[in-house]
Design a binder for this molecule. Structure first.
Ligand code: GDP
Ligand code: IMO
Ligand code: MG
Length: 422
């Protein structure tokens, strides 16, 4: 049996989509286990270029079952649109399922997210994710199973809407009616009921048959609600252990944990960013947005904040997740830099530390950098680690030796085949 979890080791957008698409060639099932359409997972393969928000990146393997799992927050309108987009591109969605226990992002969650961002924002993706999870934990939300049970919708709306409308009034946003939402839910039910499944039996069937199952994380550890830079975080747990919680299976069944890290660091949204670069340096690395792998959010199109590689951050990500392997993506983006910096530790209150301080202290740390000579030559054509320029190998080996985890995959371009395996 092989159960592997693929998670972000930084602030999200590390290239998880590409790594999952690559590994899914040999997978029987891929499960998205948290988050919602705040995700933008880019895949570039022989089928085209795709930015997936909800559907697992295993969808390009016709034989692979793709499951939007327990623990996710699903906006049915976005899911329907994503299914249509894949169909238009001749990608089969016959093996796509959604867990009956997945939470539903309601239209008012999106309105509330947008409204709160206007008043006191942290730079969310405005997809209603935080408000949906808030209602989940208040135990006042719809799950996908409610879409196949028409009789429960009206009584629940009747119960939930007075508070929801009070919240909408607080922000000066238009109130919502039972009638409008009932109509919307009927449409969702017609479109999505055939996909709704019992995750427990489907997943455990695969686990019992010792099939290859991948779990696809959304975002990265630094934006974890419990372990990240609170409050500038998302409202779920993008860490490997949550795959087991969400899927309802013992964590001991997880056989591999792949941490995906960019060869530099990027972030969208507010909050501390220890190794953030100068505007001039980051503008050069970011690109102008014309290429699919330029540094603009795959969900919101916002210019990503960029910084140098951060060893304390990857150490923290490893301490939290327990990586068995690392995928280091976007090495090729450093090809034209004459010098490259790596942050090896932080200075906090006059002391050197390699630990990850909490949010307030993270604003106050000074990164300590080591400079590396750039390789100043293209790496995208390299098919093996040995073929990489000497300085690029030194850069990779330095990170590997600091973390003590093999860097098994090296991304040297945006396409599926731009992966060097070791
Ligand atoms: P995700 O959210 O972790 O799936 O990552 P995103 O798709 O949001 O952002 C990663 C970006 O980097 C996308 O534009 C990918 O096409 C691109 N990408 C991934 N790996 C590589 C790589 O090794 N080289 C290059 N040049 N681009 C990459
Ligand atoms: P993938 O899966 C990068 C960020 C937002 C904001 C914070 C909270 O593509 O890596 P939310 O909308 O979740 O309430 O926003 O999290 N954020 C992401 N940043 N990639 C993502 O997803 C993100 N999903 C959310 O910018 O800082
Ligand atoms: Mg992304």
């Amino acid at each position: 049996m092989s159960v592997k979890v693929i998670v972000g080791a930084q602030f999200g957008d590390e290239g998880k989509g590409k790594v999952v698409d690559y590994l899914a060639k040999a997978a029987d099932m891929v499960v998205r286990f948290q988050g919602g359409d705040n995700a933008g997972h880019t895949v570039m393969n022989e089928c085209g270029t795709f930015k997936l928000h909800l559907i697992p990146c295993g969808i390009f393997n016709k034989e692979c079952v793709c499951l939007i799992g327990n623990g996710t927050a699903v906006n049915p309108d976005v899911l329907i649109e994503e299914i249509q987009m894949l169909r238009r591109n001749n990608i089969s969605v016959k093996k796509l399922f959604v867990s009956s226990k997945a939470q539903v992002v309601m239209p008012y969650h999106v309105t509330l997210d947008v409204s709160m961002e206007k008043k006191a924002g942290i730079g969310t993706t405005k997809r209603g994710i935080g408000w949906c999870y808030a209602d989940k934990f208040l135990r006042k939300n719809f799950r996908m199973s409610d879409l196949s049970n028409p009789e429960c919708r009206q009584p629940k709306l009747h119960e939930y809407l007075p508070l929801i409308n009070a919240e909408l009034r607080f922000f000066g946003a238009p109130e919502v009616s039972e009638k409008m939402l009932l109509l919307k839910m009927r449409g969702w039910s017609d479109a999505l009921s055939p996909l709704i499944c019992d995750e427990f039996s489907l997943l455990h069937g695969f686990l019992n048959e010792e099939k290859n199952v991948l779990f696809e994380g959304q975002l990265g550890v630094m934006k974890d609600i419990d372990l990240g830079i609170y409050p500038y975080v998302t409202s779920s747990n993008p860490v490997a252990a949550y795959a087991a919680v969400s899927g309802g299976f013992p964590a001991s069944k997880i056989g591999g944990i792949c941490g995906v890290a960019k060869a530099f660091v990027s972030a969208v949204g507010d909050g501390p960013f220890p190794t953030e670069m100068s505007d001039e340096k980051s503008a050069a690395l970011r690109g102008d947005g014309t290429a699919a792998d330029d540094e603009y959010g795959a969900r919101t199109g916002r210019a990503r904040r960029l910084g140098w590689f951060d060893i304390p951050m990857l150490k923290y990500a490893h301490a939290v997740n327990g990586f068995t392997e690392i995928a280091l993506t976007k090495l090729d983006k450093l090809d034209t830099l004459d010098t490259i910096k790596i942050c090896t530790s932080y200075m906090l209150n006059g002391e050197v530390t390699e630990s990850m301080p909490d949010t307030n202290d993270l604003y106050r740390i000074k990164p300590i950098f080591k400079e590396f000579e750039g390789w100043m030559q293209g790496t995208s054509e390299c098919k093996s680690f040995e073929m990489l320029p000497r300085a690029a190998k030194a850069y990779i080996q330095f990170i590997e030796q600091k973390i003590g985890v093999p860097i098994r995959y090296i991304g040297n371009g945006p396409f599926r085949e731009n992966i060097i395996t070791r």
